[in-house]
Write a protein that binds this ligand. Structure first.
Ligand code: P6P
Length: 355
């Protein structure tokens, strides 16, 4: 009997200990995480963490509107068109204005460039003009999917400004190559709302916990698998693609059990959603040049560079067909580029057909 009691007490104490440990394991918010990361760099001042917090705040405000888009009169066309010649949805405008307002009030941002604005915006108030970072963003990427309730997203890039503190931003601040990025990330407004951001040392994902209004660490140290089985591009454009892309498409659709083919084709038409899946599941996303879009469709500074930093920091590859996306020297704020991005072996295979 004594032995039985001893076993019972031992089991109960182990159970209690594990319950206490579980209770101790707290959610790590984005702010807590970035502050912990800052402490790894003795010279870090916390300004980048503060800027990430401001971007996260703007995206929480945007998320609120995206989530109820069907209920308020914010759906549908705004009637205007943006510099890309694309019809602007009302949510595009709201997202753009929200990011500009929040960043202007941030103590860490000297100016912005937006996919929705023809020119960059320099914040010349006393605080902002002495800030050391500039932010570029696509406020609501994939907005053509808003009306059909498919995932859309905000994409952002953070550069250290080149112009002297105390003076207004110059265009050069916004025309830096992607290999100069300090950080980049996206927020995907999907079945859950997630913020994923990268610095050169890694990629981490945070899911919005709506009960406390905080992005909480849910995907630490994200990695893009070396290979994959999903290819993602707009197959409706096949007749406009160069022969190398057509040959890769045929390769993907060819039966080959040893190499796990045919692959699966997935295409949402929202870069953030297609890239998030590629990061989580592996695969390749391609938006190549074609007869209509001879330089490709996607924007270098607002879509391709930030996504390239994220995927490369996760171990993947991001190429424009003849070199790294991140090494392109931008010459124009809204310039476009072809993009082959995702699992290293799949990008290499796709590019081997382009030769
Ligand atoms: P297409 C959305 O308009 C976007 O800029 C990206 O999010 C997306 O990957 C691409 O364009 C979709 O383009 O020509 O396939 O509709």
């Amino acid at each position: 009997m004594l032995h039985y009691n001893f076993l019972l007490i031992t089991f109960a104490s182990i159970l209690l200990k594990s319950i206490m440990e579980t209770k101790k394991r707290k959610l790590i918010t984005l702010d807590e995480f970035t502050i912990q990361e800052t402490r790894k760099f003795p010279n870090a001042t916390g300004e980048l963490s503060s800027l990430l917090r401001d971007i996260a705040l703007a995206c929480k405000i945007i998320n609120k509107q995206v989530n109820k888009a069907g209920l308020v009169d914010i759906l549908g066309k705004h009637g205007a068109t943006n510099v890309q010649g694309e019809e602007q949805m009302k949510l595009d405008i709201f997202a753009n204005e929200t990011l500009i307002n929040v960043l202007q009030n941030s103590a860490e941002c000297a100016g912005i460039a937006s996919e929705e604005n023809d020119e960059f915006v320099s914040f010349d108030d006393a605080y902002s003009v002495n800030s050391k970072y500039v932010v570029l963003f696509d406020p609501l990427d994939g907005s053509s999917n808003i009306d059909v309730n498919a995932s859309i997203g905000t994409i952002f890039s953070i550069y250290r400004r080149l112009s002297p503190l105390g003076s207004p931003c110059t265009e050069a601040d916004f025309l830096q190559a992607g290999n100069k990025l300090m950080a980049a990330g996206y927020v995907i407004y999907g079945s859950s709302t997630m913020l994923v951001y990268a610095t050169k040392i890694g990629v981490n994902g945070f899911t919005l916990e709506t009960s406390i209004g905080e992005f909480c660490l849910s995907h630490p140290d994200m990695k893009c698998s070396e290979n994959g089985k999903i290819y993602s591009l707009n197959q409706g454009n096949t007749n406009k693609y160069e022969q190398g892309v057509k040959d890769f498409l045929n390769y993907c659709m060819e039966e080959n059990k040893e190499e796990g083919r045919p692959y699966s084709h997935r295409y949402i038409g929202s870069m953030v959603a297609d890239l998030h899946r590629t990061l989580i599941k592996g695969g390749i996303f391609i938006y190549p040049a074609d007869k209509k879009n001879t330089a490709g469709k996607l924007r270098l500074q607002y879509e391709c560079n930030p996504m390239a930093l994220i995927v490369e920091a996760a171990g993947g590859v991001a190429d424009f067909g003849a070199g790294r996306i991140l090494d392109i020297e931008p010459v124009e704020l809204h310039q476009r580029t072809p993009i082959y991005i995702g699992s290293k072996k799949m990008v290499e295979k796709a590019l081997s057909f382009a030769q």
